[in-house]
Design a protein around this ligand. Sequence first.
Ligand code: HEC
Length: 201
Amino acid sequence: MKLVRYLLGATLLFSSCAQLFAQDAEENSHVAIENPAKLTHDEANTIYDSLKEILSESYGLAELSEIKDYQNWERYNSAPYISVTHGKRFVNNYANELGKDYGKLAEGEQYPAGTVFAKDSITVTDEGKNFMGAMFVMEKLESGKNTETGDWRYIMVLPDGTQYGDTTGDDPELVKYCHTCHVGVASKDYVFFIPKNYRID
Ligand code: HEC
């Protein structure tokens, strides 16, 4: 079933945009690209803008209602930035309405249940090639629903629309490492926020 969805996604990608290449599932989940390009904020935004629509369509294949409209949510970074911890990809961070206090919590406060953070990604190489990257999602669950992950659900969606792992659904072990790292900011409800140079305020 996964393979079928992967092939479907890959076919759609190839036919919609000749410049984009679906990376294979394994590559996307673990391997970082070696030389991400150095881009100005404007350059990164321009490249991202040209890929936004196809990103939305591709993640949409996963049929996750939680992130369906994520590109209409507030984006909290001024431009895509390289996230070493998410595969050296250029990433963006969106939060839904319930996550409007993104980055503003005082020590010990928590985001309300239903908060969703969506982090989409692209890779841009030194050679000027652009690739779609995975989507990283955190959803705050009702209190007590999943205490071992601080009541956060972590999901990763590959750029072909395949749901790679879900801590509360299929293949939870594949995304366990998410919380292992996010636990470093447990006092901020496991949420890191945007690197300083890319904050909007
Ligand atoms: C090695 C550490 C590390 C791992 C592993 C990691 N993250 Fe993150 N995550 C971060 C850091 C640091 C940030 C904020 C800065 C950035 O974007 O790079 C972040 C930001 C996020 C955000 C935006 C909310 C926030 O905390 O600011 C989401 C959503 C997210 N990560 C999801 C995931 C998912 C899903 C996984 C697993 C597939 C994952 N992360 C794995 C370190 C990590």
